[in-house]
Ligand binder design. Structure first.
Ligand code: ZN
Length: 261
């Protein structure tokens, strides 16, 4: 379904985990971010892009390598793919593909396109990398912490920030690579919001928002609380309607912080 729409921007939301796929339409280029999850959802996004593409160049931005965010890549073979250098160099790509095959096996899902790990054409290895995609002025930043190969980017024309799996309203932070990186990435996002005019922030899961400061504040509160070993489970249960389904991630965060990276 379409979660959010303006003249140049459409946020599709999957039935699964409120995962977003964003389409940005420029005059010379179209950017598609993290196409996902189910075959009929990806088919709809593909149809939508086909109508709009004409002779524009299609770019695919992959925010990080978790399998839900790369699951639709093979449906867009004509796209130029942008991701982090770390994603490009990821050593265990096969494991990510195995996650997709497993998911499809469990739910009897067949897809009309090949399952592929993204072949990265433009690799981002530095914060503030500016790239002009047709008429769209984009600035890319690295976002390690959730995974070690994340990126986020700002589109100046639309004053929009697309952050991948950070600053969600349906999930607390899932820290799978590094607590310190996660903290610093959140602070970097805050700085980028401060230094640029950001009218809209789009997370990888949950709703696009204009009121992103609340999300930043919550993330920093969460990170401080777990570091201080505070019991915040009641608060998490109150705030997140799907907490029961994700509480293992909170436990993992606590274990990770005990091991301290
Ligand atoms: Zn995700």
């Amino acid at each position: 379904m379409i979660q959010y729409k303006t003249a140049y921007l459409t946020v599709f939301q999957s039935e699964l985990y409120e995962t977003t796929s964003t389409v940005i339409e420029g005059k010379e280029a179209i950017i598609l971010v993290d196409p996902n999850w189910l075959p009929n959802e990806i088919a709809k996004i593909k149809e939508y892009i086909k109508l709009k593409l004409k002779n524009k160049q299609l770019y695919l931005v992959i925010t990080h390598s978790d399998f839900d965010h790369i699951i639709g890549v093979g449906a867009f073979p004509e796209a130029i793919i942008i991701a982090s250098e770390a994603l490009k160099l990821k050593p265990n790509k096969k494991e990510t593909l195995t996650d997709i095959f497993e998911f499809d096996k469990i739910y009897y899902v067949t897809r009309s396109y090949p399952i592929k790990f993204p072949h990265v054409n433009i690799a981002i290895d530095e914060n503030k990398t500016q790239i002009q995609l047709g008429d769209l002025e984009c600035t890319f930043y690295l976002s390690p912490g959730h995974t070690d190969d994340g990126l986020f980017f700002y589109i100046k024309n639309l004053q929009t920030l697309i952050v991948g799996d950070y600053l969600s309203d349906v999930e607390f932070p899932f820290i799978t690579s590094s607590y310190l990186d996660y903290y610093q990435t959140t602070q970097l996002m805050q700085r980028v919001c401060h230094d640029n005019k950001v009218d809209l922030l789009i997370p990888g899961h949950g709703k696009a928002t204009k009121d992103y400061q609340k999300r930043i504040d919550f993330t920093l509160w969460y990170l401080d609380s777990i570091k201080n070993n505070e019991d915040i489970e009641q608060e998490l249960m109150k705030r997140f309607p799907f907490y029961q389904g994700m509480k293992a991630a909170h436990k993992n965060n606590l274990l990770l912080i005990k091991g301290r990276d």
